[in-house]
Design a protein around this ligand. Structure first.
Ligand SMILES: O=P(O)(O)OC[C@@H](O)[C@@H](O)c1c[nH]c2ccccc12
Length: 264
């Protein structure tokens, strides 16, 4: 049984409790869409993640104040904030997401393992404007159903893949945002070559490519920028940074949109 199988099995159990959980109070404040954020920037967009712990790394920063962390991310030019909401494996919560949405004026991604529309209702009520759908965790039918459900609610959807087969399955639903996860969720192995290998599958210039996981230094960002990533999703490096200002400067590389950018 892979870790992804374990997480999904746990999610199925938790769904039963979710039915009885009241929805959080919706946040009315409007924020830009992630698409708008990317379109209005000539730099690599950074989705900055609040991640207390993970199954692969254990504790990262258990005492973080999600509100302060998100505000610092925003102050340093993050394009969006990602909040891990899984409790069992990542020590996050929907309450974290709710607090972050209220504290910043940025799009907010609900980072969780979504297998049911009920989770989308909870994510939206907590203030998510973007949800994650992990292709490896869903069959084609479920993927399409959840994608349509979320987009009909006005949410943006990040469709995450990590190999060719998943990429083909993702492309079949013509998503506007595709995330290539450099971390294999079955083995935890991180390799930026994953982005290099899969980027060329995305031929629609309007599809936003996000390279996810394993970004440490500027060269990493340059590497994925070269093959067409317009955004990166960064967790651990930001959570461990003691100088976020410097870390953001290091990762904010200019993009030459239109030239090599779309040669993917
Ligand atoms: O901490 P990192 O290596 O910067 O990774 C961030 C993010 O990509 C990672 O948290 C992630 C990507 N896809 C996921 C799916 C579920 C949970 C977590 C993730």
């Amino acid at each position: 049984m892979t870790i992804l199988d374990k997480i999904i099995a746990q999610k199925r159990k938790e769904l039963v409790e979710l039915i009885n959980l009241p929805l959080l109070k919706e946040v009315e404040k409007p924020v830009p869409t992630f698409k708008e954020q990317v379109a209005s920037s000539s730099n690599m967009s950074i989705i900055a993640e609040i991640k207390r712990a993970s199954p692969s790394k254990g504790a990262i920063d258990l005492t973080v104040d999600p509100i302060e962390q998100a505000k610092t991310y925003e102050g340093n030019g993050a394009a969006a904030i990602s909040v891990l909401t899984d409790e069992t494996f990542f020590n996050g919560s929907l309450n974290d997401l709710h607090a972050v949405r209220k504290a910043v004026d940025l799009p907010v991604l609900c980072k969780d393992f979504i297998i049911d529309t009920l989770q989308i209702d909870h994510a939206r009520a907590a203030g998510a404007t973007i949800i994650l759908l992990i292709v490896a965790a869903l069959d084609d039918e479920k993927l399409k159903e959840l994608y349509d459900y979320a987009t009909n609610l006005g949410l943006e959807v990040l469709v995450e893949v990590h190999d060719e087969v998943e990429m083909e399955r993702a492309l079949a639903i013509q998503p506007e945002i595709i995330g290539i996860n450099n971390r294999n969720l079955k083995t935890f192995e991180v390799n930026l070559a994953t982005t290099e290998k899969l980027a060329s599958y995305i031929t629609n210039p309007n599809t936003i490519l996000i390279s996810e996981s394993g970004m440490r230094v500027r060269q990493d960002v340059e590497r994925v920028g070269k093959v067409g990533a317009e955004a990166i999703l960064v967790g651990e490096t930001l959570m461990r940074s003691d100088d976020l200002n410097a870390t953001f400067s290091e990762m904010q590389i200019p993009l030459s949109k239109g030239s090599e950018q779309h040669a993917r």
